[in-house]
Design a protein around this ligand. Structure first.
Ligand code: NAP
Ligand code: G3P
Length: 493
């Protein structure tokens, strides 16, 4: 049931949002604020605090203290708090989806599904944590050791987890760091994307309402370029769980010396379409994979590698579907192509479009812009000298590269610096496995678009796409460590 007053303390009457600190919503002392404007029409969604380093330090120190007690709370009680959080989130899905839509211009349907998926994620995390088991290892299996030694191996928390999330899933990619971190006894400090902060602050209150002890979850708002380096190098941060661009991920990894890191970064996922593919199925998957949320997904299909013999048919069918995509205000029913997150992002996509046009790419549809909305764009005959063949647009632009053989497709796919996912469309399972085995990526989808879910599957990028593995059980494991206690008996031989 929805409680209308539940989020009242998050912001003042003029929509100035506060931060969660030690269980209370507080304003920054500096009174420096950042206006969050909607990408839809520029209206102010609210203002957030630009915290300074002193305040960031206070928040992290508070989480450090809180973690000691939280780690002592029995796992079943930590899990109960997560179940409550999932229920609160679900009960308030409509309301939070409206905020999400306004703040990041995600279409209505995808906003609701992000929130419901997050509630499921949180519940599944609690379930999975309860199934975690340790092991005992007898010493005498190792040469020269007698039966007097046994190692008891269990999982313990790391301490304070710094969660940094990107703008495109501010609720889901914050919760998928916070929930696994908390359930194993870490405390968490969340630094949300600036554009996406408001949605994430609502999520923080969901956890707070669910009964988290004070300080177990604190929020830090402010620009990553101002406070990011300070956060990631702070002495009391024990683990960094980052999702965002390769550029920022690489930077964090270069300065956060000796801190364990999980990085989920950019991608250039290829969909390889073979002669024997079910073309209609491939077209449906490619269109939804490439264009949903205007292509602002790390796992979006970002290039097609198609066999020449079927390329004309594929392009024709894609053209029809891409032209039918509804463009406009994300609050309207059925809209898929919405304004990009900001004008810088739209400028970048237009640069890639211009470069492809200048170098002879065949524009099949789109290529035009209205403010920050880029109409869904499809390019055929993209060649390897074009930026569109290699760079991640994070916008609704799809390049088609025609290839002559499977080997050529694999070679081009693997020449990318990215290695998140890949897709193969074919009715031949042997060819599917042959290609899947050769692709240098975290996951290969056979006859489906690249995608992160279901969320208990492992999700990882290689090369410039990341480091470490997410996915519910894998995230819990990444944010905990083994602890061994060795029992040395006197009375065994
Ligand atoms: P971004 O610009 O890299 O920002 C990501 C987060 O990092 C934001 O919270 C940002 O804060 C923060 N940040 C910026 N500079 C920082 C610093 N020096 N230290 C610490 N934090 C810092 O990425 P984005 O534009 O939000 O997201 C788009 C990118 O994320 C794409 O490349 C996409 O592929 C990738 N992504 C990857 C995955 C995956 O699972 N592999 C999932 C989603 C997105 P501010 O907002 O304040 O700058
Ligand atoms: O870009 C966000 C990434 O996590 C993609 O998730 O579910 O859209 O494949 P999904």
């Amino acid at each position: 049931m929805t409680d209308n007053k539940i989020f009242e303390q998050l912001h003042s009457k003029d929509n100035t949002y506060k931060n969660l600190y030690d269980g209370e919503w507080v304003e920054s002392n500096t009174k420096e604020l950042i206006e969050i404007k909607s990408p839809i029409d520029g209206t102010v969604v609210g203002k957030i605090q630009a915290m300074n380093k002193e305040e960031v330090n206070k928040a992290i120190k508070n989480s450090k203290e809180a973690q000691k007690l939280w780690a002592e709370v029995p796992l079943n009680r930590r899990a109960d708090i997560l179940y409550r959080a999932a229920d609160i989130l679900e009960d308030n899905a409509e309301r939070l989806a409206e905020i999400l839509t306004l703040e990041i211009a995600k279409d209505k349907k995808s906003s609701i599904s992000e929130i419901l998926r997050t509630a499921d994620y949180i519940r599944f995390t609690a379930d999975s944590a309860k199934q975690l088991e340790g092991e005992t290892i007898p010493g005498d299996s190792f040469p020269g050791t007698t039966r007097n030694k046994i190692s008891f191996v269990t999982r313990v928390p790391l301490g304070v987890v710094l969660a940094i999330s990107p703008f495109n899933y501010p609720i889901n990619l914050s919760a998928s760091k916070i929930a696994p971190a908390l359930v194993v006894g870490n405390s968490a400090v969340i630094k949300p994307p600036t554009q996406g902060s408001i949605s994430t602050l609502y999520l923080a209150e969901v956890f707070n309402r669910a009964g988290l002890p004070k300080g177990v979850l604190n929020t830090i708002t402010g620009k990553g370029s101002d406070i990011g380096d300070y956060c990631v190098t702070h002495e009391d941060i024990d683990f960094i769980n980052f999702t965002g661009s390769t550029e920022v991920g690489r930077h964090i990894s270069s300065i956060s010396v000796m801190k364990p890191l999980l990085l989920e970064l950019g991608g250039k996922d290829a969909a390889i379409v073979l002669e024997d593919a079910n073309i209609d199925k491939a077209v449906d998957n490619i269109v939804s994979g490439a264009y949903s949320y205007s292509g602002q997904r790390c796992t979006a299909v970002k290039r097609i590698l198609v066999m020449e013999s079927i390329a004309d048919e594929l392009v024709e069918k894609l053209k029809v579907k891409v032209r039918a995509l509804k463009t406009g205000d994300p609050r309207k029913e059925g809209v898929v192509i919405t304004p990009l997150i900001n004008s810088k992002a739209a400028d970048f996509v237009m640069e890639l479009i211009k470069d492809a046009k200048d170098k002879g790419g065949k524009l099949i549809t789109g290529g035009n812009r209205e403010e920050n909305t880029i109409y869904p764009t499809l390019f055929d005959n993209v060649t390897l000298d074009m930026r569109l063949a290699w760079e991640e647009p994070f916008g609704p632009v799809l390049p088609i590269i025609r290839v002559k053989s499977i080997e050529e497709a694999i070679d081009i796919a693997n020449r990318s610096t990215y290695g998140l996912q890949g897709a193969v469309f074919t009715e031949n399972i042997d060819k599917a496995f042959y290609i899947a085995n050769k692709l240098e990526v975290g996951t290969v989808q056979v006859n489906n678009k690249p995608e992160r879910g279901p969320d208990h599957f492992p999700f990882l990028g290689v090369k410039s796409s990341g480091m470490g593995t997410q996915g519910i059980r894998y995230s819990i494991e990444a944010m905990s460590r083994l602890k061994a206690i060795v029992l040395n008996l006197n009375n065994a031989e």
